[in-house]
Write a protein that binds this ligand. Structure first.
Ligand SMILES: NC(=O)c1ccc[n+]([C@@H]2O[C@H](COP(=O)([O-])OP(=O)(O)OC[C@H]3O[C@@H](n4cnc5c(N)ncnc54)[C@H](OP(=O)(O)O)[C@@H]3O)[C@@H](O)[C@H]2O)c1
Length: 250
């Protein structure tokens, strides 16, 4: 894929990995629109990345995905790269959480992390299919393979997104569309999502992630495993029990 002339939507591109991807794609010459909930963060991102386009959108809020799709159609006039990056991670345990709070948490995580990428894929596929080359890029985690106990729904949402990406790939291949379904599997990355969590020495920078993701896209890879996610994938194949023990309490 030629990254110099793509038209891109990065969900949650106002911070962390999404912002690093948006910046790297802009630097290559692509047109990039990012969305997020917080207007102030979007304004800040636009100040940091010349030419970055922004739109406020609360994924999970009724009507907001429809509105976002409309902005892509009318403002961008087309789309060749949909990067489903926005996600939230809530840490709580079911035995210690009031069921009403749990229900609210479940809805938020499933809506943002799983339903929104699937809906955006469905609604933007006709635009993607019009391009000579295009891709849906879904961000998952090593936690999609082996969950940690403190974020059951987050891990389930990433496992669901991983499975969805694979089945979508089968469908796109069978339909002979020029749209690829790409999974980007990440290790621990130093972003607002992981502030105060995990071993700081093990965290990759978002810029390193962006470099590896863009190299994978340029090489037309359909599964891009970044940093330690590569070795972890192999470990999971060879010794799933050990891999699960490694992530269980992280
Ligand atoms: N960081 C890691 O260690 C790690 C590891 C594996 C996978 N990942 C994955 O990488 C992706 C990016 O994570 P990150 O660490 O960069 O997270 P982050 O720094 O917390 O950024 C998340 C982005 O999503 C936006 N967002 C959150 N909820 C949204 C909503 N409802 N509607 C629209 N935008 C929303 C946020 O902006 P607002 O707050 O303004 O909405 C922000 O721009 C996620 O899919 C995450 O699961 C991260």
């Amino acid at each position: 894929m030629n990254l110099a002339r793509q038209t891109v939507l990065v969900t949650g591109g106002s911070s962390g990995i999404g912002l690093a991807l948006a910046r790297a794609l802009r630097e290559r010459g692509s047109r990039v629109l990012v969305c997020g909930r917080d207007e102030a963060k979007l304004v800040e991102a636009a100040g940091l990345v010349p030419g970055l386009e922004t739109v406020r959108c609360v994924l999970g809020e009724e009507g907001d995905v429809d509105a976002l799709v409309e902005v892509v159609r009318t403002r961008l006039g087309g789309l060749s790269l949909l990067v489903n990056n926005a996600a939230v991670q809530l840490n709580y345990t079911f035995p210690n959480t009031d069921s009403e709070v749990a229900v609210t948490n479940i809805k938020q995580e499933v809506d943002i992390n799983l339903s929104a990428p699937i809906r955006l894929t469905a609604q933007l596929l006709p635009l993607l299919a019009e391009q000579p080359e295009s891709a849906v890029v879904n961000l998952t985690s090593g936690l999609a393979l082996a969950p940690k106990k403190s974020a059951a729904v987050y891990c389930a949402s990433k496992a669901g997104l991983r499975t969805f990406t694979k089945a979508l790939r089968y469908q796109l291949e069978e339909a002979k569309l020029n749209v690829r379904a790409v999974e980007v599997m990440l290790p621990l990355v130093d972003t607002p999502m992981t502030q105060g969590r995990g071993n700081p020495r093990l965290k990759l920078s978002p810029e390193r992630v962006a470099r590896e993701v863009l190299a994978g896209l340029a090489a037309d890879r359909i599964e891009i495993r970044v940093g330690g996610a590569k070795a972890f994938g192999w470990l999971y194949r060879l010794a799933p029990g050990l891999a699960e023990r490694l992530l269980r309490n992280t």
